[in-house]
Structures are given as C-alpha cells and as structure tokens.
Ligand binder design. Structure first.
Ligand SMILES: CC(=O)SCCNC(=O)CCNC(=O)[C@H](O)C(C)(C)COP(=O)(O)OP(=O)(O)OC[C@H]1O[C@@H](n2cnc3c(N)ncnc32)[C@H](O)[C@@H]1OP(=O)(O)O
Length: 423
C-alpha cells in the first residue's frame, strides 16, 4: 500500500465524532488505555481551548474487520503558544504534538508527509519557529529540528545533611493541590515572561499538575501542593509533589511540577521539600542544568544528576524573523550559511547586532563565516547550545578561523536557557 491509498484531513479540534476517533487513535499510538467518556470530554475541552488543528490520516482500502473508517491510522496536532526568546516580546511559536502512526502503516512516509505539509502551512501562516518535545531523539533532526533546551533529572538527598547556606526570602505554606488548577496559570505566567526557553502551557497542564485530572484520566489524590509567598505576601511560586509510598525504600517524594518566578521562590520551595519528614530523597525530572540548588546546599554531593534529557526541539522556519525577534547581550556581526533539506531556512544570512537588537539580511553573495545544518541552527537559536562545542562535534563548519567563538559571543543569552513545558 503506498501513500496514495491514504486520505489526509486537517480539521479543528471540536466536540464531534472525528475528534473523538482521532483522540482514541492518538491514545493507542502512545500505548495508553482506551479513554472513558469523561476523560474524552475533558481532553476535547482542553484541545478546543488550545485551538488545536488536528491531522488524521485515513486508510482508503481496509479490511472490514479493522478499526473503523473514521479511526485514523496516523495523528498529528499543532497549535500556537508563545516562546520566550529573550527579546522584548514573547514569540508566537508553532507547536507540534500527538504524532503517531499505526504500526501496520509505519515507515511508508506518512509522518514525512504530515510533517512537511504542516511546516509549509506554519511558514505560510507567518510562524518564525516550530517546536516540539519528543518521544525518541532519532526522529526529528531530519526535519530541521535541533535540541534547544534540556533538563537534568535529579535525586536530592534530604536527610539531616540537607540545609541551605543562605536563608531564602519569603515563606511557604501547604495548600490543597487542587487549588493549583486555578492558581497555577498566573504563577506560571510570571515564570514564563522571565525565563528564556519557556513555552506557554496548554490547557491540559492545570488538571494534571493539580491532580484534578490525573495521568489516567481519574483524579490523582496522591498529589500535594505548596505555595511560596514573597516578603510582601504575593504568591511567586508553587510546587506539587507526591509520596512514593511506604513500600519504596528509601522513602521519597517526586516533584510533579515546580514553578518559581525568582531564586528565592525556587530555593524556598526546595527548603520546604527538604524539611518534609519521613522522606530521604526528593526526585525532580525537570531541574535546570545550571541548578542553583547545587550551590545553595551545604553539601555539593546531595544533588545527584541521574540523567540529562533533551527537552525542547526547535526548528527555524523564517531566519530573518526569528533572529530579529530574539534578545542579544553583545554587539557584532557574522555571516552564516544554512543547509536545509526542507528549504525554509536555506541560504546565507548576515546577522548584525547593535544595542541588543539584530538586523538580519539574506545575502547570497557574502562569504560565510560558518556553515551549518538547519537542525543545528535550531539548537543555537535560543543561546543554550554552544557553537564552539557544536564545531568540536563536527556539526558546525568554521569557514573563518575563530568564527564559532564569535558566534558564541553573539548568540549568548542573558541568562540560563530552560523550560518546563512538555507537549
Ligand atoms: C512530537 C511528538 O509527538 S513525538 C511522538 C512520536 N511518536 C511516537 O513515538 C509514537 C510511536 N511511533 C510512531 O507512531 C511512528 O513510528 C513515527 C510517528 C515515529 C514514525 O512514523 P512513520 O510514518 O513510520 O515515519 P516515516 O515513514 O514518515 O519516516 C520518515 C523518516 O523518519 C525515519 N523514522 C521514522 N520513525 C523513526 C524512529 N522512531 N527512529 C528513527 N527514525 C525514524 C524513517 O526511517 C524515515 O527516514 P528517511 O527520512 O531516511 O526516509
């Protein structure tokens, strides 16, 4: 069966039969249990809230016994959220999610067709970048996506050795975690507007992190919550967490979500977690790579990194718009040449930065200082990945000596590049 035996349909998420069937197919693609009616209702309300555009791919010829004609063999969703690129404005980004292809139809080019069509629509709609978070790190590079932010999974020993060297300002208080469904978005907004690499969250987050709509579609009563208040009594952070149960030793807490608008809130919430009795370890799967906690505790060895995980993958669709939107801390000029199999970022570009703002022009006749693939450009865009390291990895070719170092200076971000939104 070739790709011509499929019908590709793109439609807005709605409370209708097509969206219900699409959702069940997507759920199956990620090996999750078939959804009950209530969970489907909640999921569809969230997808409608996000204004998600869904693509379903339908087999034209199929055996009578196979899943129904309205049940797609492949799913793909896209929607808009802002990305903090360190510039004066949050950048509207094209988010891609829910990519699945049924095992009996895989490796026939269905993903390639869905992705290339979607990126063309996104470019035509004026998006400067497309972003996604991935199940496997082997799939999306070929489509021009590169790892742009990453996180550490940490295990923090919170036994009697745990103490902070400096007392953070403010205070913490336990709350009913379910209240975070309504309190969370405003606290997150304060984080999002300050944090380079942050992606605004989609609707599903608030039910999940508060336990109102748990991972399995039922309320998750194990989730607990706490708020951090600044010295003026304003809420500037929260954490939700759960206990691993008495059978797992050593006893541990797992952070479900931690959002801090400033360093005092971050360390204050950790101070609270470290003070919870009857637990010896706190785990967090989305800690910043440059974690201030490691420096804040009296014993460096309390914080163990168990893995370093790619988080946001970014694809530049419009080089001029993307690089003029981001922030800069150093002035300078460089010419870079991009190879892009899909064409969107292909070309030679002159980047000139003055006073924190950039102008970018396409200049086919200019002699490039560096040459790189579109996926590498995606990794460099936010300023998280280091051009010098990428040159050492053979992923960026220096055409003038020292150009990678010049690019590092020019693309340096004003702070750590990090995000805590998965989609
Ligand atoms: C943003 C997200 O939603 S991430 C979630 C991704 N989805 C999943 O992990 C669910 C399980 N996997 C799947 O549903 C499918 O296997 C998919 C979506 C990953 C791939 O779909 P397919 O239709 O088989 O991909 P398609 O045939 O278009 O392959 C395109 C290219 O990607 C390659 N490819 C596809 N899947 C993988 C993979 N898992 N690892 C490495 N390469 C892959 C193909 O070999 C092909 O390579 P080529 O460009 O050299 O020809």
């Amino acid at each position: 069966m070739g790709t011509t035996d499929y019908e590709h349909r793109t439609f807005p998420a709605a409370d209708d039969a097509a969206t219900r069937a699409w959702l069940q197919a997507e759920t199956q693609g990620f090996h999750e249990p078939r959804l009950g009616d209530k969970t489907v209702d909640v999921s569809i309300a969230n997808m409608v809230n996000d204004a998600q555009q869904l693509t379903g791919v339908y087999a034209v010829d199929r055996p009578a016994e196979s899943l129904g004609a309205d049940y797609p063999v492949a799913t793909f969703a896209s929607f808009e959220r802002t990305l903090n690129v360190g510039g004066p404005e949050l950048l509207p980004a094209h988010l891609i999610s829910a990519v699945t292809v049924r095992p009996t139809h895989r490796r026939r080019g269905i993903l390639r067709r869905m992705m290339t069509d979607d990126l063309e629509r996104a470019r035509a709609a004026g998006y400067a970048v497309a972003i996604l978070t991935v199940s496997e790190a082997t799939i999306y590079r070929r489509f021009g996506f590169g790892v742009a932010t990453w996180v550490h999974s940490v295990s923090v020993a919170t036994d009697q050795r745990f103490r902070l060297l400096t007392e953070p300002k403010g205070r913490c208080e336990l709350v009913d975690a379910r209240d975070l469904q309504t309190l969370g978005p405003a606290i997150f907004a304060g984080f999002h507007e300050r944090q380079i690499g942050s992606v605004d969250r989609h609707a599903r987050y608030w039910g999940r992190i508060s336990g109102v709509d748990g991972e399995k579609g039922e309320p998750d009563a194990t989730i607990r919550g706490a708020l951090h208040y600044d010295d003026d009594g304003a809420i500037d952070g929260y954490v939700t967490y759960k206990h691993s149960g008495w059978d797992a030793t050593p006893h541990r807490l797992e952070i479900v979500d931690l959002v801090a608008q400033n360093h005092d809130a971050y360390l204050g919430l950790w101070q609270l977690l470290g003070a919870i009795d009857l637990t010896e370890i706190v785990t967090y799967a989305a800690a910043p790579a440059d974690d201030p906690l490691r420096w804040a505790v009296g014993d460096w060895r309390l914080v163990s990194t168990t893995s370093v995980d790619d988080w946001l993958w970014l694809r530049v669709l419009d080089v001029v718009a993307a690089f003029e939107a981001r922030g800069y801390v150093n002035d300078g000029q460089i010419v870079f040449s991009v190879d892009d199999a899909l064409g969107h970022a292909e070309g030679t570009f002159r980047l000139t930065v003055s006073g924190g703002r950039a102008s970018v022009e396409r200049d086919p006749d200019a002699a490039a200082d560096v040459r790189l693939d579109a996926s590498v450009l995606g990794s460099l865009y936010l300023g998280g990945a280091d051009p010098v390291v990428l040159a050492a990895a053979g992923q960026l070719v220096e055409l003038t000596p020292g150009a990678a170092l010049r690019l590092r200076v020019l693309l340096a971000a004003s702070g750590p590049v990090y995000g805590i939104t998965h989609f």
